[in-house]
Design a protein around this ligand. Structure first.
Ligand code: HEM
Length: 507
């Protein structure tokens, strides 16, 4: 017996809005009991700027969740409290490793209810944090969207969230579409599968167009220095000033440190849905290809292997993560295409889907280079020319990569420096994994299932231009420095910056 094809309503997924809620996010909690939360959120930027947020939050009463009724209210409360929590932790000159009970206790309860971690996840800042400007216009149109909460009040921050919202909305119809394709493949109806795949490929191409609009209104320097630090989690954050994580105070005095990843678009269920439904597999970073033992047929979902992408499922709303698991158990498109290799329209349509998704990942790599890799280098270069006092004045995620780790050590100090660096590296989760290598691997894995010879060749070609490295890079070795490995916090992960990072066009 084949497992049943998942029904969207069972997972709170909307046929029109996808992983965005069917009932639009509330701009305010209706019960006046929560006015104090709303007041803090409404003044968040001013309170952060004046460094008065912590004082105000410390004086907040501890509110109960009893006044929250509908799902939309729970989601609004979660979004409000996670903005307050991250603002509280990251707004001072150095981070706070304690969250007071007024935030911690309700946030823990609400997160449990919604099956999300008690941090600013992608759901808190994107999925449940937008409003349409005009109710009669679509939400897949960036010109019709506004963010409800932000840390900075900047258009850059709103735009950063809204590009994702528009992508989620534009991609939403693909969910039902691909479930139809799965049902059609069960019926051996190749024409329907081909039609679904064709529409799917076009939608993914639309998403790439939307993704590239990030550059229009989100400035990389503002993103790197002002926005990203507030999205930081509490895991692997020793260099940003949180060596142990954060205590969520509940008044008992028995709390222990908790560690969570920060908010990242890697927590989008939509992109993972694409992978699952097309039969794309992501291996742990660095692991080479070598599958196809035939055990992964419909109804025999492969045991999820540990890797960063799988880890991100724990940061999705529980029902969405369960949906991905259940779709994985019925995903049959790849097998169907492989067993119909003589059906060229079908094969071409399938390869087009892979190609479009691969291209989306390609453009994303260019974005990560421009928004994270390049600014992190600029910050490092600046910090080298500054006095240590100036460089260390503020401690957060933006300043963290100013303190290179596992770093350039000279022959005399090498033993000690290496020991220190090993100790630090052991503390890292994703730390030690090169950011761009990870993203490139995910991109290349996207093309692997291609069936047509030409597409396979096209997608596996390596574009590599010699001489991309820093011309003066070798100089440091000459000066007695052995190795330079720099870590940078991505969004949810901590990564090393690859040696082979080139410009933004050479991937
Ligand atoms: C300024 C814009 C963006 C930056 C700087 C950025 C940065 C990153 C970083 C650093 C990672 C590695 C994981 C981590 O540390 O969190 C990542 C992964 C990822 N991002 Fe983005 N991202 C951006 C926009 C987006 C958008 C709009 C989407 C689409 C919804 C997206 C989808 C993903 C996905 C799916 C992954 C997981 C890797 C993969 O599946 O290829 N990102 N991103």
């Amino acid at each position: 017996m084949l497992p049943p094809i998942p029904v969207l309503a069972d997972y709170g997924i909307s046929p029109t809005n996808g992983f965005l809620p069917e009932v639009l996010p509330l701009a305010r909690l209706p019960d006046p009991y929560y006015n104090k939360w709303e007041a803090v959120a409404a003044n968040l930027q001013a309170l952060i700027l004046s460094k008065r947020l912590r004082g105000v939050v410390d004086r907040l009463p501890m509110l109960s969740t009893i006044g929250l009724e509908h799902d939309a209210e729970w989601r609004r409360a979660y979004s409000l409290l996670s903005f307050m929590a991250h603002g509280y932790i990251w707004s001072g000159d150095s981070p706070s490793d304690r969250l007071p009970p007024a935030i911690a206790v309700p946030l823990l309860k609400i997160s449990q209810h919604l099956e999300v971690p008690p941090v600013a996840t992608y759901a808190a800042v994107c999925l449940w944090n937008f409003k349409p400007l005009f109710m009669d216009e679509d939400i897949d149109n960036l010109e019709n969207l506004a963010s409800l909460n932000t840390f900075t009040g900047s258009i850059d921050e709103s735009w950063f969230y809204l590009v994702s919202v528009a992508m989620e909305a534009r991609g939403a119809p693909t969910i039902a579409l691909m479930l139809t394709a799965i049902a059609a493949a069960r019926e051996n109806d190749a024409a329907t599968v081909t039609r679904c795949l064709g529409s799917f490929a076009e939608r993914v191409d639309d998403l790439t167009t939307l993704l590239q609009r990030m550059h229009e209104s989100c400035d990389p320097t503002i993103f790197y220095n002002r926005i990203r630090p507030f999205l930081a989690g509490s895991k692997n954050m020793a260099d940003a000033g949180l060596p142990h994580g954060v205590i969520y105070e509940d008044g008992t005095g028995t709390e222990t440190y908790r560690q969570y990843s920060g908010g990242s678009n890697a927590q989008s269920s939509l992109i993972q849905f694409f992978d699952v439904v097309l039969g794309i597999e992501h291996r742990p970073t660095g692991e080479k290809r070598g599958r196809t033992d035939g055990s992964e047929r419909e109804g025999h979902a492969p045991a999820p292997r540990h890797n960063f992408i799988m880890e991100m499922r724990r940061y999705m709303p529980g029902p969405h993560a369960r949906f991905l698991g259940d779709v994985q158990a019925v995903a049959n498109i790849r097998d169907f295409v492989e067993s119909n290799r003589t059906n060229r329209p079908l094969c071409i349509a399938y390869d087009a889907c892979l190609s479009m998704l691969r291209s989306l990942r390609d453009k994303h790599i260019a974005i990560v280079t421009r928004y994270i890799v390049v600014p992190s280098r600029e910050v490092r270069a600046r910090s080298r020319s500054r006095s240590p006092e100036v460089a260390r004045r503020k401690v957060n995620l933006a300043t963290a990569s100013r303190q290179p780790q596992g770093i350039a050590y000279d022959a005399r100090g090498s033993a000690l420096a290496k020991q220190e660096s090993d100790k630090r590296n052991n503390l890292k989760g994703t730390g030690g994994t090169a950011l761009i290598s990870f993203l490139k691997q995910a991109r290349d894995e996207t093309g692997e299932p291609a069936v047509e010879d030409w597409t396979r060749r096209f997608m596996s070609r390596q574009i590599r231009t010699e001489g991309q490295g820093d011309f003066f890079a070798g100089k440091e070795e000459g000066a007695g420095l052995v190795k330079e490995e720099v870590e940078v916090a991505g969004l949810a992960g901590t990564w090393t910056i690859d040696d082979d990072v080139g410009g933004i066009c050479n991937y």
